[in-house]
Ligand binder design. Structure first.
Ligand code: FES
Length: 132
């Protein structure tokens, strides 16, 4: 299902949280998150996917030990919109993968993620750390 003009097909949230260098939990910023963010933007520009894919910076996504982290999220379109809300939410959970979490990212992974996830419609398993 393709997005409407106002609503992208996918959103990518790249955690760019910064903590002090000596913070015990670490942070994505210290493992190259800004580069990852820029690499997503560059790859999406290069492939002219800007009207389907939106890339945003986000705060901590709670997986700091697996940074750098990016969350790919499918905003709800009008799937099952004719059904009552409760049933609709259930169906979406079963049939529409909502979130895909990528971790331990390096700049070199981004073209492969864009190709696999946004062109072929399949999450790139080798970079995935969890789904729901
Ligand atoms: S700092 Fe990026 S997930 Fe926590």
């Amino acid at each position: 299902m393709l997005g409407t003009m106002n609503s992208p097909q996918y959103r990518v949230f790249v955690c760019t949280k910064q903590r002090p260098a000596n913070a015990p939990e670490g942070c994505c910023c210290n493992v190259g998150a800004l580069e990852i963010y820029q690499a997503f933007q560059a790859e999406i520009d290069k492939r002219q996917l800007g009207d389907r894919i939106e890339v945003r910076r986000s705060g901590c996504l709670d997986c700091c030990e697996a940074g750098a982290i990016a969350l790919v999220y499918r905003p709800h379109q009008n799937e099952f919109s004719w059904l009552p809300t409760k049933l609709r939410l259930k169906l979406r959970r079963w049939f529409v993968p909502q979130r895909c979490l990528y971790g331990h990212l390096t700049r070199a992974d981004i073209p492969a993620i864009v190709e696999s996830h946004f062109i072929k419609g399949q999450a790139l398993k080798r970079c995935q750390i969890s789904t729901n």
